[in-house]
Design a protein around this ligand. Structure first.
Ligand code: FAD
Length: 244
């Protein structure tokens, strides 16, 4: 079904009460025009944009379709998990709000009726001392699908990890997920490279199951996941503390 007739109605970024709402037909190019690419708290959106597909796709791909396709290469889906996003579904029978985590149940499988449209994505505004980062690794520089992607949302208070959410393209299913045991281990601890290293060596491998395929081995993917976890956390921290 072609939704482009709804482009004017469903392409927006709005602050509503203490939430941010993004219309389902908003594209990476549209997002680039908004505060989400400028406010240091939301620079994860900018990180995605830099490595998203190709210049041709940036004005065409939609954030709703990124969730709708529900694959491990859905970069916005991975990132939105760290923002505790919810999705507004609308059909002729009415509308409902469902958490992104509950909506995406397996690869290419959403817990929604076929007649329900992804209408908008909503997440709570981030308070001060929070920031985000997103990174992916691929051999190619254009049309980057990514072997591994990692997104983080971090809160630092007095150099302590006051809150942390970490998502990968996959953790133990074939869809983007949060590494919740690793998050729990890090919460409340002093921020340091040593503690991140301990988390990704002791805790992450216990919850992450990486498979091998023709593009990369499971071991290599787990190693890269650790590297990206460290880099994204350092990047988010630098954005909080130094604003860059
Ligand atoms: C060459 C290439 C490179 C790519 N690179 C990237 C990349 O770097 N990062 C990335 O994340 N993705 C990438 N993608 C995948 C794709 O472009 C994105 O996932 C895009 O956001 C999908 O949006 P779309 O509007 O094209 O969705 P579509 O492909 O049109 O739809 C995807 C699915 O979602 C359903 N759907 C779409 N919109 C809605 C809605 N509003 N309500 C309910 N269901 C809906 C459709 O029915 C379909 O099942 C790439 C694709 C290609 C072809």
């Amino acid at each position: 079904m072609d939704l482009s007739g709804l482009k004017d109605k469903l392409s927006y970024v709005r602050k509503v009460n203490d939430n941010i709402a993004i219309g389902a037909l908003t594209t990476p190019e549209d997002l680039a025009e908004t505060f989400l690419h400028k406010d240091k708290k939301y620079l994860g959106f900018y990180d995605i944009y830099k490595k998203f597909a190709s210049p041709i796709l940036k004005p065409l791909a939609t954030i709703g379709g990124n969730i709708g396709v529900a694959v491990s290469a859905s970069d916005y889906l991975t990132f939105l998990l760290t923002l505790n996003a919810k999705v507004k579904l609308v059909s002729v029978e009415g509308e409902r709000l469902v958490s992104l985590e509950e909506l995406v149940v397996e690869k290419r499988t959403l817990a929604k009726d076929p007649n329900e449209l992804i209408y908008e994505i909503i997440f709570p505004e981030l308070p001060e001392n929070y920031s985000t980062a997103f990174m992916k690794i691929d051999r190619r520089e254009v049309i980057v699908t990514g072997y591994i992607t990692t997104a983080v949302c971090l809160k630092i208070e007095n150099n302590k990890i006051a809150d942390v959410r970490i998502a990968f393209d996959r953790v133990n299913k074939r869809i983007p997920s949060r590494a919740k045991k690793t998050e729990e281990f890090l919460k409340g601890k002093e921020f340091s490279v040593d503690i991140i290293r301990e988390a990704y060596n002791k805790v992450l491998p216990a919850e992450m199951v990486r498979k091998s395929d023709f593009r990369a081995s499971g071991e290599y993917r787990l190693d890269l996941s650790k590297v990206l976890m460290k880099r994204t956390l350092l990047q988010a921290k630098s954005r909080i503390v130094e604003g860059v």
